[in-house]
Design a protein around this ligand. Structure first.
Ligand SMILES: Nc1ncnc2c1ncn2[C@@H]1O[C@H](COP(=O)(O)OP(=O)(O)OP(=O)(O)O)[C@@H](O)[C@H]1O
Length: 360
Protein backbone atom coordinates (compact mmCIF):
# COMPACT_ATOMS: atom_id res chain seq x y z
CA UNK A 1 0.00 0.00 0.00
CA UNK A 2 1.07 3.53 -0.66
CA UNK A 3 0.71 6.27 1.91
CA UNK A 4 -1.92 8.00 -0.23
CA UNK A 5 -5.41 8.07 1.20
CA UNK A 6 -7.49 5.20 -0.10
CA UNK A 7 -10.99 6.26 -0.98
CA UNK A 8 -13.84 3.79 -0.80
CA UNK A 9 -14.61 4.07 -4.52
CA UNK A 10 -12.09 2.04 -6.50
CA UNK A 11 -10.20 3.83 -9.28
CA UNK A 12 -10.98 0.89 -11.58
CA UNK A 13 -13.67 -1.71 -11.15
CA UNK A 14 -14.18 -4.61 -13.55
CA UNK A 15 -17.31 -6.72 -13.20
CA UNK A 16 -17.66 -10.00 -15.10
CA UNK A 17 -15.45 -8.65 -17.87
CA UNK A 18 -15.25 -10.97 -20.86
CA UNK A 19 -13.72 -10.79 -24.33
CA UNK A 20 -14.15 -13.36 -27.05
CA UNK A 21 -12.44 -12.92 -30.40
CA UNK A 22 -14.22 -14.44 -33.42
CA UNK A 23 -12.58 -17.41 -35.11
CA UNK A 24 -12.86 -21.18 -35.31
CA UNK A 25 -12.82 -21.91 -32.50
CA UNK A 26 -13.36 -18.48 -30.93
CA UNK A 27 -10.65 -17.27 -28.53
CA UNK A 28 -11.75 -16.43 -24.99
CA UNK A 29 -9.04 -13.87 -24.26
CA UNK A 30 -10.59 -12.62 -21.02
CA UNK A 31 -12.84 -14.96 -19.08
CA UNK A 32 -15.21 -13.23 -16.63
CA UNK A 33 -12.70 -11.11 -14.73
CA UNK A 34 -13.68 -9.24 -11.55
CA UNK A 35 -11.14 -6.77 -10.22
CA UNK A 36 -10.90 -3.66 -8.07
CA UNK A 37 -7.91 -1.32 -8.20
CA UNK A 38 -7.74 1.25 -5.41
CA UNK A 39 -7.12 4.93 -6.00
CA UNK A 40 -3.40 5.72 -5.78
CA UNK A 41 -2.29 2.12 -6.15
CA UNK A 42 0.57 0.81 -8.27
CA UNK A 43 -1.24 -2.27 -9.51
CA UNK A 44 0.28 -4.86 -11.86
CA UNK A 45 -1.32 -7.45 -14.08
CA UNK A 46 1.20 -10.28 -14.31
CA UNK A 47 0.96 -13.39 -16.46
CA UNK A 48 2.50 -15.32 -19.34
CA UNK A 49 2.13 -14.27 -22.96
CA UNK A 50 -1.45 -14.71 -24.15
CA UNK A 51 -3.03 -14.74 -20.68
CA UNK A 52 -5.25 -11.73 -21.46
CA UNK A 53 -3.52 -8.84 -19.66
CA UNK A 54 -3.22 -6.55 -22.67
CA UNK A 55 -6.80 -7.23 -23.73
CA UNK A 56 -8.00 -6.16 -20.25
CA UNK A 57 -5.91 -3.00 -20.53
CA UNK A 58 -7.22 -2.23 -24.02
CA UNK A 59 -10.81 -2.65 -22.84
CA UNK A 60 -10.21 -0.23 -19.95
CA UNK A 61 -8.69 2.28 -22.40
CA UNK A 62 -11.67 1.81 -24.72
CA UNK A 63 -9.66 0.45 -27.69
CA UNK A 64 -11.51 -2.85 -27.50
CA UNK A 65 -15.20 -3.46 -26.69
CA UNK A 66 -15.97 -6.17 -24.13
CA UNK A 67 -18.18 -9.10 -25.17
CA UNK A 68 -19.89 -8.73 -21.80
CA UNK A 69 -19.29 -7.20 -18.38
CA UNK A 70 -18.80 -3.70 -17.02
CA UNK A 71 -15.93 -1.25 -16.59
CA UNK A 72 -16.13 1.50 -13.98
CA UNK A 73 -13.64 4.33 -13.54
CA UNK A 74 -13.92 6.20 -10.23
CA UNK A 75 -17.45 4.83 -9.81
CA UNK A 76 -18.73 5.82 -13.29
CA UNK A 77 -19.74 3.16 -15.81
CA UNK A 78 -17.57 3.86 -18.88
CA UNK A 79 -18.15 0.56 -20.70
CA UNK A 80 -19.77 2.23 -23.72
CA UNK A 81 -17.74 5.44 -23.73
CA UNK A 82 -15.23 6.35 -26.43
CA UNK A 83 -11.52 6.26 -25.47
CA UNK A 84 -11.32 10.09 -25.39
CA UNK A 85 -14.29 10.21 -23.01
CA UNK A 86 -12.41 8.17 -20.39
CA UNK A 87 -10.12 9.75 -17.82
CA UNK A 88 -7.22 7.42 -18.63
CA UNK A 89 -4.01 7.59 -20.63
CA UNK A 90 -1.94 4.73 -21.99
CA UNK A 91 1.84 4.36 -22.23
CA UNK A 92 2.95 1.67 -24.67
CA UNK A 93 6.21 -0.20 -25.04
CA UNK A 94 6.89 1.37 -28.42
CA UNK A 95 6.51 4.98 -27.46
CA UNK A 96 6.54 6.54 -30.94
CA UNK A 97 7.64 10.10 -30.23
CA UNK A 98 7.48 12.66 -33.04
CA UNK A 99 11.13 12.81 -34.20
CA UNK A 100 10.91 16.31 -35.73
CA UNK A 101 9.55 17.88 -32.54
CA UNK A 102 11.44 18.82 -29.40
CA UNK A 103 10.80 16.96 -26.14
CA UNK A 104 8.64 19.84 -24.86
CA UNK A 105 6.64 19.95 -28.12
CA UNK A 106 6.06 16.21 -27.93
CA UNK A 107 4.68 16.58 -24.41
CA UNK A 108 2.64 19.66 -25.38
CA UNK A 109 1.04 18.10 -28.43
CA UNK A 110 -1.96 16.50 -26.68
CA UNK A 111 -2.79 19.80 -24.96
CA UNK A 112 -2.67 21.65 -28.27
CA UNK A 113 -5.15 19.20 -29.76
CA UNK A 114 -7.42 19.82 -26.78
CA UNK A 115 -7.04 23.60 -27.29
CA UNK A 116 -5.67 24.23 -23.82
CA UNK A 117 -4.59 27.91 -23.62
CA UNK A 118 -0.92 28.66 -24.22
CA UNK A 119 0.09 29.78 -20.72
CA UNK A 120 -1.49 26.74 -19.13
CA UNK A 121 0.13 24.50 -21.73
CA UNK A 122 3.58 25.86 -20.89
CA UNK A 123 3.02 25.40 -17.15
CA UNK A 124 1.71 21.87 -17.50
CA UNK A 125 4.51 20.78 -19.87
CA UNK A 126 7.11 22.15 -17.43
CA UNK A 127 5.42 20.34 -14.56
CA UNK A 128 5.20 17.01 -16.45
CA UNK A 129 8.88 17.21 -17.49
CA UNK A 130 9.85 17.93 -13.88
CA UNK A 131 7.81 14.93 -12.75
CA UNK A 132 9.83 12.61 -14.99
CA UNK A 133 13.08 14.40 -14.06
CA UNK A 134 13.64 15.82 -17.55
CA UNK A 135 13.22 19.48 -16.65
CA UNK A 136 16.46 20.40 -18.44
CA UNK A 137 15.81 18.42 -21.61
CA UNK A 138 12.77 20.17 -23.08
CA UNK A 139 14.65 21.63 -26.06
CA UNK A 140 16.22 18.36 -27.20
CA UNK A 141 15.00 16.12 -29.98
CA UNK A 142 14.07 12.50 -29.19
CA UNK A 143 17.12 11.28 -31.15
CA UNK A 144 19.35 13.11 -28.65
CA UNK A 145 18.00 11.09 -25.71
CA UNK A 146 18.77 7.66 -24.27
CA UNK A 147 16.17 4.88 -24.40
CA UNK A 148 15.24 5.43 -20.76
CA UNK A 149 14.89 9.19 -21.28
CA UNK A 150 12.66 8.62 -24.31
CA UNK A 151 10.44 6.38 -22.25
CA UNK A 152 10.22 9.13 -19.64
CA UNK A 153 9.10 11.59 -22.35
CA UNK A 154 6.37 9.11 -23.26
CA UNK A 155 5.39 9.06 -19.60
CA UNK A 156 5.37 12.88 -19.44
CA UNK A 157 3.15 12.96 -22.53
CA UNK A 158 0.59 10.90 -20.60
CA UNK A 159 1.02 12.68 -17.25
CA UNK A 160 0.51 16.11 -18.81
CA UNK A 161 -3.17 15.19 -19.26
CA UNK A 162 -3.44 14.57 -15.50
CA UNK A 163 -5.42 11.36 -15.92
CA UNK A 164 -6.99 9.64 -12.92
CA UNK A 165 -5.56 6.36 -14.15
CA UNK A 166 -2.43 5.65 -16.16
CA UNK A 167 -2.35 2.40 -18.11
CA UNK A 168 1.13 1.06 -18.86
CA UNK A 169 1.58 -1.83 -21.30
CA UNK A 170 5.05 -3.35 -20.79
CA UNK A 171 6.53 0.17 -20.93
CA UNK A 172 10.04 -1.03 -20.06
CA UNK A 173 9.99 -4.01 -22.42
CA UNK A 174 12.27 -2.44 -25.03
CA UNK A 175 15.00 -1.46 -22.57
CA UNK A 176 18.08 -3.53 -21.76
CA UNK A 177 18.22 -5.16 -18.33
CA UNK A 178 20.32 -2.54 -16.54
CA UNK A 179 18.30 0.40 -17.81
CA UNK A 180 15.13 -1.50 -17.13
CA UNK A 181 16.08 -1.98 -13.46
CA UNK A 182 16.98 1.70 -13.20
CA UNK A 183 13.69 2.75 -14.78
CA UNK A 184 11.74 0.47 -12.41
CA UNK A 185 13.05 2.47 -9.48
CA UNK A 186 12.29 5.74 -11.29
CA UNK A 187 8.81 4.69 -12.29
CA UNK A 188 7.95 3.74 -8.73
CA UNK A 189 9.28 7.10 -7.50
CA UNK A 190 7.31 9.03 -10.13
CA UNK A 191 4.11 7.17 -9.25
CA UNK A 192 4.63 7.93 -5.58
CA UNK A 193 5.16 11.62 -6.36
CA UNK A 194 2.21 12.14 -8.70
CA UNK A 195 -0.19 9.88 -6.76
CA UNK A 196 -1.97 8.73 -9.93
CA UNK A 197 -3.28 5.15 -10.05
CA UNK A 198 -0.95 3.06 -12.25
CA UNK A 199 -2.21 -0.12 -13.90
CA UNK A 200 0.86 -1.87 -15.21
CA UNK A 201 1.06 -4.90 -17.53
CA UNK A 202 4.10 -7.14 -17.39
CA UNK A 203 5.10 -10.77 -17.91
CA UNK A 204 8.20 -10.22 -15.76
CA UNK A 205 7.52 -11.51 -12.26
CA UNK A 206 10.50 -9.73 -10.72
CA UNK A 207 9.35 -6.42 -12.17
CA UNK A 208 5.84 -6.94 -10.77
CA UNK A 209 7.18 -7.90 -7.33
CA UNK A 210 9.52 -4.89 -7.25
CA UNK A 211 7.04 -2.23 -8.31
CA UNK A 212 3.58 -3.12 -7.18
CA UNK A 213 1.41 -2.39 -4.20
CA UNK A 214 -0.70 -5.31 -5.40
CA UNK A 215 -0.55 -7.80 -8.25
CA UNK A 216 -3.18 -9.79 -10.17
CA UNK A 217 -1.73 -13.02 -11.55
CA UNK A 218 -3.35 -13.98 -14.88
CA UNK A 219 -3.56 -17.42 -16.42
CA UNK A 220 -5.54 -18.25 -19.56
CA UNK A 221 -7.85 -15.24 -19.34
CA UNK A 222 -8.58 -15.59 -15.64
CA UNK A 223 -7.15 -14.12 -12.46
CA UNK A 224 -5.62 -16.82 -10.26
CA UNK A 225 -4.75 -14.53 -7.35
CA UNK A 226 -4.75 -10.89 -6.28
CA UNK A 227 -2.41 -9.86 -3.49
CA UNK A 228 0.66 -7.95 -2.39
CA UNK A 229 4.05 -9.10 -3.66
CA UNK A 230 4.57 -10.78 -0.30
CA UNK A 231 1.23 -12.59 -0.49
CA UNK A 232 1.61 -13.96 -4.01
CA UNK A 233 5.20 -15.01 -3.34
CA UNK A 234 4.87 -16.42 0.18
CA UNK A 235 1.28 -17.74 -0.04
CA UNK A 236 0.51 -18.59 -3.67
CA UNK A 237 -3.13 -19.52 -4.15
CA UNK A 238 -2.41 -22.16 -6.79
CA UNK A 239 0.36 -24.24 -8.29
CA UNK A 240 0.32 -21.91 -11.30
CA UNK A 241 1.03 -18.86 -9.13
CA UNK A 242 3.69 -20.74 -7.16
CA UNK A 243 5.42 -21.65 -10.42
CA UNK A 244 5.01 -18.39 -12.29
CA UNK A 245 6.00 -16.08 -9.45
CA UNK A 246 9.46 -17.37 -8.64
CA UNK A 247 10.84 -20.89 -8.72
CA UNK A 248 8.36 -23.03 -6.89
CA UNK A 249 10.15 -26.31 -6.07
CA UNK A 250 6.84 -28.10 -6.17
CA UNK A 251 6.50 -31.33 -4.16
CA UNK A 252 3.49 -33.59 -4.68
CA UNK A 253 2.32 -37.16 -4.01
CA UNK A 254 4.76 -39.72 -2.65
CA UNK A 255 7.70 -37.33 -2.86
CA UNK A 256 5.81 -34.80 -0.71
CA UNK A 257 4.99 -37.50 1.83
CA UNK A 258 8.60 -38.59 1.93
CA UNK A 259 10.23 -35.17 2.05
CA UNK A 260 7.67 -32.94 3.81
CA UNK A 261 6.16 -35.81 5.85
CA UNK A 262 2.61 -34.69 5.15
CA UNK A 263 0.01 -35.45 2.50
CA UNK A 264 -0.67 -32.71 -0.02
CA UNK A 265 1.16 -30.47 -2.46
CA UNK A 266 3.84 -28.08 -1.30
CA UNK A 267 6.35 -25.53 -2.52
CA UNK A 268 9.62 -24.45 -0.92
CA UNK A 269 11.30 -21.28 -2.22
CA UNK A 270 14.95 -21.77 -3.28
CA UNK A 271 16.33 -19.19 -0.82
CA UNK A 272 14.77 -21.11 2.07
CA UNK A 273 16.87 -24.22 1.37
CA UNK A 274 20.31 -24.57 2.98
CA UNK A 275 22.85 -26.70 1.12
CA UNK A 276 24.93 -28.66 3.67
CA UNK A 277 27.34 -31.60 3.60
CA UNK A 278 25.77 -35.01 3.05
CA UNK A 279 25.21 -36.81 6.34
CA UNK A 280 24.63 -33.60 8.34
CA UNK A 281 21.65 -34.38 10.58
CA UNK A 282 18.65 -32.03 10.36
CA UNK A 283 18.38 -31.07 14.03
CA UNK A 284 16.59 -28.30 15.93
CA UNK A 285 13.24 -28.92 14.28
CA UNK A 286 14.56 -28.67 10.70
CA UNK A 287 13.55 -30.99 7.90
CA UNK A 288 16.09 -32.41 5.48
CA UNK A 289 16.62 -34.59 2.44
CA UNK A 290 19.70 -35.87 0.62
CA UNK A 291 20.53 -35.94 -3.03
CA UNK A 292 23.06 -35.27 -5.77
CA UNK A 293 24.11 -31.86 -7.14
CA UNK A 294 23.09 -31.69 -10.81
CA UNK A 295 23.97 -28.11 -11.59
CA UNK A 296 25.97 -25.27 -10.00
CA UNK A 297 25.44 -21.77 -11.42
CA UNK A 298 27.53 -18.99 -9.90
CA UNK A 299 26.19 -15.50 -10.70
CA UNK A 300 28.07 -13.09 -8.42
CA UNK A 301 25.92 -12.39 -5.37
CA UNK A 302 24.24 -15.80 -5.40
CA UNK A 303 24.94 -19.38 -6.42
CA UNK A 304 22.13 -21.61 -7.65
CA UNK A 305 22.23 -25.34 -7.02
CA UNK A 306 19.93 -27.87 -8.63
CA UNK A 307 19.76 -30.96 -6.44
CA UNK A 308 18.16 -34.26 -7.51
CA UNK A 309 16.78 -35.71 -4.28
CA UNK A 310 16.98 -39.44 -3.64
CA UNK A 311 13.23 -39.21 -2.97
CA UNK A 312 12.65 -38.26 -6.61
CA UNK A 313 12.15 -34.47 -6.78
CA UNK A 314 14.53 -31.92 -8.23
CA UNK A 315 14.93 -28.82 -6.05
CA UNK A 316 16.67 -25.52 -6.71
CA UNK A 317 18.52 -23.90 -3.81
CA UNK A 318 19.85 -20.33 -3.83
CA UNK A 319 22.79 -19.44 -1.62
CA UNK A 320 23.99 -15.89 -0.91
CA UNK A 321 27.72 -15.48 -1.56
CA UNK A 322 28.34 -13.32 1.48
CA UNK A 323 31.58 -12.83 3.48
CA UNK A 324 33.01 -16.35 3.24
CA UNK A 325 29.91 -17.79 4.87
CA UNK A 326 29.36 -20.18 2.02
CA UNK A 327 29.96 -23.74 3.12
CA UNK A 328 29.32 -25.12 -0.32
CA UNK A 329 31.65 -22.95 -2.41
CA UNK A 330 33.59 -25.99 -3.59
CA UNK A 331 30.60 -28.10 -4.56
CA UNK A 332 30.60 -29.66 -8.01
CA UNK A 333 28.15 -31.57 -10.15
CA UNK A 334 27.80 -35.14 -8.90
CA UNK A 335 28.61 -34.32 -5.23
CA UNK A 336 26.25 -35.68 -2.60
CA UNK A 337 24.66 -33.05 -0.37
CA UNK A 338 21.82 -32.57 2.08
CA UNK A 339 19.20 -29.84 1.90
CA UNK A 340 17.80 -28.46 5.16
CA UNK A 341 14.78 -26.22 5.68
CA UNK A 342 12.46 -25.00 8.38
CA UNK A 343 8.94 -26.48 8.33
CA UNK A 344 7.51 -22.92 8.48
CA UNK A 345 8.89 -22.38 4.97
CA UNK A 346 6.89 -25.20 3.46
CA UNK A 347 4.05 -23.55 1.51
CA UNK A 348 0.79 -25.44 1.12
CA UNK A 349 -0.26 -25.16 -2.52
CA UNK A 350 -3.98 -25.68 -3.07
CA UNK A 351 -5.05 -27.62 -6.14
CA UNK A 352 -1.52 -28.28 -7.30
CA UNK A 353 -1.01 -30.18 -10.53
CA UNK A 354 2.15 -32.15 -11.01
CA UNK A 355 3.06 -30.27 -14.18
CA UNK A 356 4.62 -26.84 -13.85
CA UNK A 357 3.47 -23.94 -16.06
CA UNK A 358 5.39 -23.93 -19.32
CA UNK A 359 5.94 -20.18 -19.51
CA UNK A 360 8.37 -18.71 -17.01
N1 LIG B 1 -7.43 -8.94 -32.11
C1 LIG B 1 -7.36 -10.23 -31.74
N2 LIG B 1 -7.94 -11.18 -32.49
C2 LIG B 1 -7.90 -12.49 -32.12
N3 LIG B 1 -7.30 -12.94 -31.00
C3 LIG B 1 -6.70 -12.04 -30.22
C4 LIG B 1 -6.69 -10.63 -30.53
N4 LIG B 1 -6.02 -9.96 -29.55
C5 LIG B 1 -5.62 -10.91 -28.68
N5 LIG B 1 -6.02 -12.14 -29.05
C6 LIG B 1 -5.81 -13.41 -28.33
O1 LIG B 1 -6.29 -13.26 -27.02
C7 LIG B 1 -5.44 -13.91 -26.09
C8 LIG B 1 -4.96 -12.91 -25.04
O2 LIG B 1 -4.08 -11.97 -25.63
P1 LIG B 1 -3.42 -10.76 -24.84
O3 LIG B 1 -2.63 -9.96 -25.82
O4 LIG B 1 -4.45 -10.08 -24.06
O5 LIG B 1 -2.45 -11.52 -23.86
P2 LIG B 1 -1.27 -10.93 -22.99
O6 LIG B 1 -1.36 -11.65 -21.69
O7 LIG B 1 -1.31 -9.47 -22.95
O8 LIG B 1 0.00 -11.42 -23.78
P3 LIG B 1 1.34 -10.61 -24.18
O9 LIG B 1 2.11 -10.48 -22.92
O10 LIG B 1 1.99 -11.53 -25.18
O11 LIG B 1 0.89 -9.31 -24.77
C9 LIG B 1 -4.32 -14.54 -26.88
O12 LIG B 1 -4.66 -15.87 -27.12
C10 LIG B 1 -4.34 -13.74 -28.18
O13 LIG B 1 -3.86 -14.51 -29.24
Amino acid sequence: MTTQAVTATPAIRLVGLRKEFAGTPPVVAVDDVDLEVRAGEFFSMLGPSGSGKTTVLRMIAGFEAPTSGRIELAGADVTRRQPYERDVNTVFQDYALFPHMSVAENVEYGLLVKRVPRAERRARVAEALEQVRLGDHGARRPAQLSGGQRQRVALARALVNRPTVLLLDEPLGALDLKLREQMQVELKGIQRDVGITFLFVTHDQEEALTLSDRIAVFNAGRIEQVGTAHEVYESPASAFVAGFVGTSNLLTGDVARDVVRRDGSFAIRPEKLAVVAAGTPATGGLLGAEGVVEEVVYSGPVTRYVVALDAGARLTALEQNGGGRSSSASLRRGDRVALHWHPDHVIDVPGARVTEPAAH
